[in-house]
Ligand binder design. Structure first.
Ligand SMILES: Cc1ncc(COP(=O)(O)O)c(C=O)c1O
Length: 365
C-alpha cells in the first residue's frame, strides 16, 4: 500500500466539475487579478474566522510581511516569535528590518511558550508573533494578556490552522491581525500560491489593502510605497469552491486523529492532543519518538510518507548564520527537532490507509 503525505489528485477528482466551471467563469469574465471571486472569498473567509475584514493576498508569507508593515514595524524593532515554525515566519520579520527574537516551545502544544515571553522583552519589542503550529492554537489567552500589559501588537501566524479555536474563538481573530496561507497542501489550499490577512481593525484593513496593491488608492493615486501582493482571480475561484468543503474535511481529519490516537495508544510514541479549551485544525499529526529516524525509515520502506517538521530551530538555519539573534535557551525546540515525526493525515485518506499506518508503526515496535 502507498500512503502519501497528501493526495491532491484525489481531491481534484472529487471537485473537478465545480472547480473547472469556476475557473472557466474567471476566464470568460477576465477576473484574473483580484475581482469578484476574490472579493467573495474575502467576505466568506472573514465570516469563517469571525472577523470584520479579510484582505486576500498572494501568499502566507506576504500576509505576514504586510501585517508587520501595516503595524508600522521596521528597522530597530524586535518581534518575539517561536523558534519552531516554517521559515517564512522568521523571514517576514527580517523583510521589515526588524529583529526576530526566538522563544522556546511548550512541549505539550509545540507552540510558543508564553511563560518565556517576558524574559526577552526590551524597549525595542513591538510585537509577538505566535504560530498555531500543526493546526493547534498557541495559548492566545496568556499571549494576549502579556501583549496588552506591555502594549505589544499580536500577529497570529495561522498559516496551518484554518478554523482552529481557542476558548470558542477562531484563530486569526484573536490577535490584532491573523495571517493565513492557502498554499496547495494547507487544509484549505489554492491551486498554487495564496494567502490572507484577517482583522477587526478597519484602519489596519485599509492599510493592508493599500500595501498589497502598490499603495494605490484608486486610479494612479498612490498613498504609500506598497507591493504587488494581489491574489490572482483564479485562486479566489478555487478557494470559493473548496471553502464549502472545509468543515467536512476537518471532521474527517478529526476521525483520522481519533483512529491514530486509539490505535497508537499502546506504543511508546508520545501522541499529540488538544490542550484544554483548544480545538486543533489537525493540519498535521505529529508524534514524538526516541528512535524517530529509524521509525521514519521503517515507514518509508513500507510505502508510508513521514516528514520531519522541522529539523532545527529557525535560529540555527544556515540562512540566518550571519545574524546575531537574541533567543531564550531552546531545549524543548531541540528535543522536538530530534524526535518529532509527522504521520500522513488528509481528508481523502481511507480507513484502510489509516489502519495500514497504525499496523506499520506497531510492526516497528
Ligand atoms: C507556519 C507557516 N507560516 C508561513 C507560511 C508561509 O505561507 P506561504 O507558503 O503561503 O507563503 C507557511 C507555509 O507555507 C507556514 O506553514
Amino acid at each position: 500500500m502507498n500512503v502519501p503525505v497528501v493526495d491532491l489528485k484525489a481531491q481534484y477528482a472529487a471537485l473537478k466539475d465545480e472547480v473547472d466551471a469556476a475557473l472557466r467563469r474567471a476566464c470568460e469574465n477576465s477576473w484574473f487579478s483580484l475581482g469578484p471571486e476574490v472579493e467573495q472569498f474575502e467576505r466568506d473567509w472573514a465570516a469563517f474566522c469571525g472577523v470584520a475584514h479579510c484582505v486576500a493576498v498572494n501568499s502566507g508569507t506576504s500576509a505576514l510581511h504586510l501585517a508587520l508593515e501595516a503595524l508600522g514595524i521596521g528597522e530597530g524593532d524586535e518581534v518575539v516569535t517561536t523558534a519552531m515554525s516554517f521559515f517564512a515566519t522568521a523571514e517576514a520579520i527580517v523583510y521589515t528590518g526588524a529583529r526576530p527574537v526566538f522563544v522556546d516551545v511548550a512541549p505539550e502544544t509545540f507552540c510558543l511558550d508564553p511563560a518565556l515571553i517576558e524574559d526577552v522583552l526590551t524597549e525595542r519589542t513591538r510585537a509577538v508573533m505566535p504560530v498555531h503550529l500543526f493546526g493547534h492554537p498557541a495559548d492566545m489567552g496568556a499571549i494576549r494578556e502579556i501583549a496588552d500589559r506591555h502594549e505589544l501588537a499580536v500577529v497570529e501566524d495561522a498559516a496551518q490552522a484554518h478554523g482552529a479555536e481557542c476558548r470558542g474563538r477562531r484563530v486569526g481573530g484573536i490577535g490584532n491581525v491573523g495571517c493565513f496561507s492557502f498554499y496547495v497542501t494547507k487544509n484549505l489550499g489554492a491551486f498554487g500560491e495564496a494567502g490572507a490577512c484577517t482583522t477587526d481593525d478597519p484602519a489596519l484593513a485599509e492599510r493592508l489593502r493599500l500595501l498589497r496593491n502598490h499603495g494605490r488608492s484608486g486610479g494612479y493615486h498612490h498613498e504609500l510605497v506598497g507591493y504587488n501582493c494581489r491574489m490572482p482571480g483564479f485562486q479566489g475561484a478555487v478557494l470559493n469552491v473548496k471553502l464549502k468543503r472545509l468543515e467536512e474535511w476537518t471532521r474527517r481529519r478529526r476521525r483520522i486523529v481519533a483512529a491514530y490516537s486509539e490505535g497508537l495508544a499502546q506504543t511508546p510514541l508520545l501522541l499529540p492532543a488538544e490542550a484544554e479549551g483548544c480545538r486543533s485544525a489537525w493540519h498535521l499529526y505529529v508524534v514524538r519518538c526516541q528512535e524517530r529516524d529509524a521509525l521514519k525509515a521503517h515507514l518509508e520502506q513500507a510505502g508510508v510518507a513521514a516528514v520531519i517538521h522541522y529539523p532545527a530551530p529557525m535560529s540555527e538555519l544556515h540562512a540566518l548564520k550571519d545574524h546575531d539573534f537574541a533567543q531564550t535557551p531552546l531545549p524543548e525546540a531541540r528535543k522536538m527537532a530530534a524526535r518529532a515525526l509527522s504521520l500522513p493525515i488528509y481528508p481523502e485518506m481511507s480507513d484502510e490507509q489509516v489502519e495500514y499506518v497504525i499496523g506499520t508503526i506497531k510492526g516497528f515496535f
